[in-house]
Design a protein around this ligand. Structure first.
Ligand SMILES: Cc1cc2nc3c(=O)[nH]c(=O)nc-3n(C[C@H](O)[C@H](O)[C@H](O)COP(=O)(O)O)c2cc1C
Ligand code: SF4
Length: 431
């Protein structure tokens, strides 16, 4: 399959230039209309920029779907600029997610342009792009793009001749999933241990370096130049009233075609799997779908008749999250898959909160025991009880994320657990 594969039902806005190396350079980006939106935004008052983004209905693509313009409006309105920071979250470590690295790799100037517009909107003098350290190629490409914008006078003390000072710095993380959580990212950026902070205070009051800070995901920020150029109504032509715009769907698992596909929010999940991605590979049957990255509850095959927007996916009892769709066929061992996900969270827990530190380890151990043939009937209740104690009781939601697939898989694939336990009972009785 040639990269990038394009499906006729795609609406490519952010990903239009994927696969085009010329679009990575400043000259190439400018030829494609780049930095016109920044020029326009720098000529506007910060509040005007915030209002356009608010009216567009753009929602954060980092997982929670919080309205971006509303988030920007929380920042103090003083004009000192010295003391505000805009952080770009390019940590992307969620299993199933692989969109931000592609945006960084193919369209670094789209990201920098969006980041500088955001900085102006929240009156920040400094943008930090925090990227996961293992993303060697995307980091190199962004680094080069930053050099280009400084040399061209786009970034720096007099951004595009506007008299406004905006600096852009690239910061490499060390590859810890928890450093994608916004306050852990701030600690890491400051050179501290990457552990989430208790909120309040919220970042808009006291964030990076103890100053008012806004943080946004790469994909969120990449949408901003298009909104400034074309207007809020243009952006609202796609999606639904509450979930407008296009979204990169990261499709992985047992599919004929995998990869990133940009589609309007509200696109039917069934069409995404069977039309855009060509269905289940090797003619097999669908068993389960994780619609929003490994942190969200699992859907069974008979639950996929839903639209992929924030509200519809929530109504189905799960979450759109990062729209990282993991598709599993009928040969998948669900207990094994869930155990592998839980082990990931157990490894990545920062260890501050007892329910998370202990709970993730216990979930992993019990799941491993069931898988290894030593499961007991009471294990399922115990898994659910541990999960309940891990939910809503900790500093960040990593703990909830580990518990969600366990509870949903027991609810929907209990027979698989029971089959392993029944087979195990003679072995368990012998020890
Ligand atoms: C454990 C954990 C990991 C996270 N990892 C990421 C990440 O890699 N990238 C990201 O953008 N957001 C991540 N988030 C969400 C961020 O905390 C934050 O909500 C997001 O960057 C805000 O941007 P948005 O409003 O544009 O979505 C993570 C959250 C948690 C709890
Ligand atoms: S929930 Fe887990 S990862 Fe989050 S702060 Fe607590 S211990 Fe750390």
């Amino acid at each position: 399959m040639a990269y990038p594969y394009r499906h006729e039902r795609e609406t490519r806005v952010l990903s239009e230039h994927f696969g085009d190396p010329e679009a990575r350079t400043l000259e190439g980006w400018k030829k494609r209309g780049g930095y016109a939106a920044l020029k326009t935004a720098l000529g506007m008052a910060p509040n005007e920029v915030v209002d356009i983004v608010k009216n567009s209905g753009l929602r954060g693509r980092g997982g929670a779907g919080f309205p971006t313009g509303v988030k920007w409006s929380f920042m103090p309105k003083d004009d000192s600029r010295q003391s505000h920071y805009f952080l770009i979250n390019a940590d992307e470590s969620e299993p199933g997610a692989f969109k931000d690295r592609e945006l960084c790799r193919w369209t670094p100037h789209q990201l920098i342009e969006g980041a500088m517009i955001g900085a102006h909107a929240i009156r920040a003098k400094h943008v930090y792009i925090y990227i996961r350290g293992e993303f060697f190629e995307p980091a190199q490409i962004i680094g080069r793009a930053i050099e280009e914008v400084y040399a061209a006078g786009i970034a720096g003390p007099d951004a595009m001749g506007s008299g406004i000072s905006i600096d852009v710095t690239l910061h490499l993380g060390a590859g810890a999933y928890i450093c994608g959580e916004e306050t852990a990212l701030m600690n890491s950026l400051e050179g501290r241990r990457g552990q989430p902070r208790i909120k309040p205070p919220f970042p808009a009051v006291m964030g990076a370096f103890s100053k008012p800070t806004t943080i946004n995901n790469v994909e969120t920020v990449c949408a901003v130049p298009h909104i400034i150029t074309n207007g809020a109504d243009w952006y609202r032509q796609w999606g639904t009233e509450k979930s407008p715009g296009t979204k990169l769907f990261n499709m992985s698992g047992h599919l004929v075609r995998r990869g990133n596909f940009e589609l309007p929010l509200g696109f039917p999940l069934k069409d995404l799997i069977y039309d855009v991605c060509g269905g289940i590979r090797d003619g097999r049957k669908l068993k389960a779908v994780i619609p929003g990255g490994s942190s969200v509850p699992i859907l069974a095959a008979d639950e996929i008749d839903i639209a992929m927007d924030y509200e519809s996916v929530a109504a189905a009892g799960t979450m759109l999250g990062t729209a990282s769709v993991i598709v599993m066929d009928d040969q998948t061992n669900m207990v094994k898959q869930v155990r592998r996900m839980v082990e990931f969270y157990a490894h990545e827990s920062c260890g501050q909160c007892t329910p998370c530190r202990e709970g993730t380890q216990w979930l992993a151990r019990i799941l491993r025991r069931i898988e290894d043939g030593y499961g007991r009937q009471e294990d399922l209740d115990q898994l659910l009880e541990i999960g309940t104690n891990m939910t809503g009781t900790t500093i960040c939601v990593l703990s909830d994320s580990a518990a969600a697939p366990v509870a949903s898989s027991i609810a929907k694939f209990k027979d698989e657990y029971l089959a392993l336990i029944r087979r195990a009972e003679p072995a368990a009785a012998a020890v």
